[in-house]
Ligand binder design. Structure first.
Ligand code: ZN
Length: 493
């Protein structure tokens, strides 16, 4: 057997399987080989397994002697990874393995993401399945596909064969923090049809940018500037004072990223140019002042591009679009009553686009794309209804997609209590018990498991989803030892 890069690391079995996984390309949407590897692993050991049509894999290992009466434990993680590489990296991540390296306490992959998220979960599960020394109750391993691109595997998987109701999700990346609740979410696509005309005037390009952005789950409570909303405010200020005609509008990259820059092109009548500059300059100064602490880089660039005859949105409909954009709710809507500092309900206007404008067209479509989140299902529904209501008032329509349920904090949780007790015994202090305002598969899977009692945990990783991703060797070892002790500890001891 060839020596692996990680073969000196302890626990040997965990790092052996982790390295095996890094040799198999397994970016989201490219999971066939890793899924077959897992199915093959189970088959060769005579373990009961299911590989479904989406390539999700469930593997079952019966209790070791003396543990037959203990409640079964579901272990869960995802087999896909975010596959990203540096521009100068020559690895084809669709067909080639990663170049894993160890530096000090950190494992990384040269030129690419590592996939510690969530490869380490799969490695733990394989090491447990392979072990004949760890004592444990019945284990039900659920390894999903395509978590990173909308949790498609978790949505599709059939869990009716599971007998357990206690689940440990291994998709967290902060050692010492147990997650006990996550937000549910949905995408909302609000669309307005706007009337187009041909007109001559000064074409002005306005770029509102310099903002910090961030993930709409993790950073929404910081109240950074959202360039799409702020552009709505600027357009609203302008259209209240003069006829303005929208020619183009584009901002943001994804519904779940707080947009950092939005560009608008407008046609302004030459006699209004003086006033236009005054209002734009005034709004820019207001924003700099208001955001001086929360998002100090905000800036507005205005470029007059010359007189043009062009297709544009009528002043009435530009005013309607501007009012719509500025009236739409955005940002934190409610904070949690159970967990201090946790956002309960929020939304992010991540994508803004004007589609289909051109000569000879009668209308164009304004598209505003939101990510809606809440850990309270009814609050999520109510916010979705609010978006629909505001869009309807403006004469538009809303389409929802990618709806997934949240994972509600469970006041009475035998699994959590046991995990805290074992943790405290090992480390002499309590773990942090937290909730996150982002999605985990636990919400979707929880809707398919009766009376689910779930905790999410994992070893320390940094910069996941980037080419700088690292996994801590010592943390991965501690979490493994903790997991083994947890499984070996019988209820009530
Ligand atoms: Zn993950």
């Amino acid at each position: 057997m060839q020596m692996g890069v990680l073969s000196e690391l302890e626990p040997k079995s965990v790092f052996h399987y982790f390295e095996e996984i890094t040799k198999i390309p397994h970016g989201s949407g490219n999971v066939e080989r890793i899924s077959d590897y897992l199915a093959d692993f189970a088959r060769r050991r005579g373990l009961f397994y299911v590989q479904d049509q989406w390539k999700n894999v469930i593997i079952v290992k019966e209790a070791t002697p003396g543990y037959e009466k203990e409640p079964p434990v579901i272990l869960q993680g995802h087999m896909d990874m975010v596959a990203v590489k540096k521009p100068d990296c020559d690895i084809d991540m669709k067909t080639e393995g990663l170049r894993v390296a160890v530096r000090g306490d950190e494992i990384r992959a040269e030129g690419t993401s590592l996939g510690g998220d969530d490869g380490i979960a799969v490695a733990y599960m394989l090491a447990l399945l392979d072990s004949d020394s760890v004592r444990h109750p019945k284990l039900e391993m659920v390894i999903t596909v395509d978590e990173e691109v909308g949790m498609d595997g978790a949505r599709a998987i059939d869990l009716s064969l599971l007998t357990g109701s206690r689940m440990i999700n291994l998709d967290s990346e902060d050692e010492g923090i147990f997650l006990t609740s996550c937000a549910g979410g949905a995408r909302a696509d609000c669309r307005l049809r706007l009337a187009v005309e041909e007109k001559k005037g000064m074409l002005v390009e306005m770029t509102l940018g310099g903002l910090q952005g961030g993930h709409s789950g993790g950073e929404i409570h910081r109240e950074r500037g959202n360039s799409n909303c702020l552009m709505g405010r600027l357009l609203c200020n302008l259209t209240g004072k003069m006829p303005v005609r929208l020619c183009g509008l584009e901002g943001g990259l994804a519904d779940n990223a707080i947009p950092r820059e939005t560009k608008a092109e407008v046609l302004v009548e030459t006699e209004d140019l003086e006033l236009f500059r005054e209002i734009a300059g005034g709004t820019a100064a207001e924003l700099r002042e208001e955001l001086s602490e929360k998002d100090p880089g905000v800036c507005l660039q205005v470029k007059e591009k010359g007189l043009r005859q062009t297709a544009c949105i009528t002043p009435e409909d530009t005013g309607r679009a501007a009012a719509f954009l500025w009236a739409l709710p955005n940002g934190v809507q409610a904070m949690s009553a159970d967990m201090p500092g946790l956002v309960e309900t929020s939304l992010n206007l991540g994508i803004l686009k004007l589609n289909g404008i051109g000569s000879g067209r009668e209308s164009a479509d304004l598209q505003a794309g939101f990510s809606v989140r809440s850990s309270v299902e009814s609050a999520k529904r109510a916010l979705m209804e609010k978006l629909r209501a505001v869009t309807q008032l403006a004469g538009g329509e809303t389409v929802f997609s990618g709806d997934y349920p949240g994972w509600k904090y469970r006041k009475d949780s035998p699994l959590r209590e046991k995990m805290i007790a074992v943790y405290e015994k090992r480390y002499g202090h309590k773990p942090r018990v937290e909730a996150i305002h982002a999605g985990l598969e636990c919400g979707i899977l929880g809707s398919k498991i009766r009376d689910l009692d779930c905790v999410s945990m994992g070893p320390q990783m940094h910069q996941i989803h980037t080419t700088e991703e690292t996994l801590s060797v010592s943390s991965a070892r501690r979490v493994w030892e903790y997991l083994v002790e947890l499984l070996e500890t019988k209820d009530g001891l």
